[in-house]
Design a protein around this ligand. Sequence first.
Ligand code: UDP
Length: 236
Amino acid sequence: MQKYDRILLKLSGESLQGTQKYGLSTEVLHSYAEQIRDAAASGVRIAVVIGGGNIFRGLTGAKRGFDRVKGDQMGMLATIINSLALQSALEDNGVKAKVLTSIRMEPVGEYYSKARALEYLDAGYVVIVGGGTSNPYFSTDSAAALRGIELETDVLLKGTRVDGVYTADPEKDPAAVKFDEISFDEVYARNLKIMDLTAFTLCRENRLPVIVFDMDTPGNLARVLAAEAIGTLVKP
Ligand code: UDP
């Protein structure tokens, strides 16, 4: 039985660089596109928000002397580059996909609105929303939370390279233990970092469940959608 009708998938920009230090790995893009193709074939409606960390981050730019607002705008443009790359990889895999942009940028993509996104989702398109929230000082996690709430998705799937939420950072602490399920309150009380606090608060206050899972293992997206117990479910 299909568990979800509509999902928001957040993909990290940094993961798109694969083993490279910068930019786009075609292997990762195609692996993500195949996973999204298989998920879409199950009938679930999929909206995607991608980060831009493989190209530019405003905060890193500011440390190197760039103006923060311009740096963030560069980061948001990076998310649009990634969105177009994913659209192209999806279309190569026979998937209908649209890029909507939060910053007006026709003909690169149509300008985002809730109504337009829902129209395309209902018509069977994978809808990629690029350009973050369109505002500096926000992250693409916040954009994913915002679009998930706005588009009334059942869940926000946060695809990362870690396979869930742990008691401590598993890349630093080998004794860290993974949660299968955890509440927003407990994540907050334990000061666990699943996303930045703005994004976290948006999800918590609007009761949008989050599943943190490892998107870099092929087939995992379909497993999450089939309600297999992988990753960590963060729930109200
Ligand atoms: N960004 C922004 N506003 C937004 C979303 C993103 O200013 O609403 C900028 C910010 O500079 C951020 C960059 O875009 O560092 C790339 O996004 P993010 O760091 O979230 O990407 P990821 O970590 O997922 O690769």
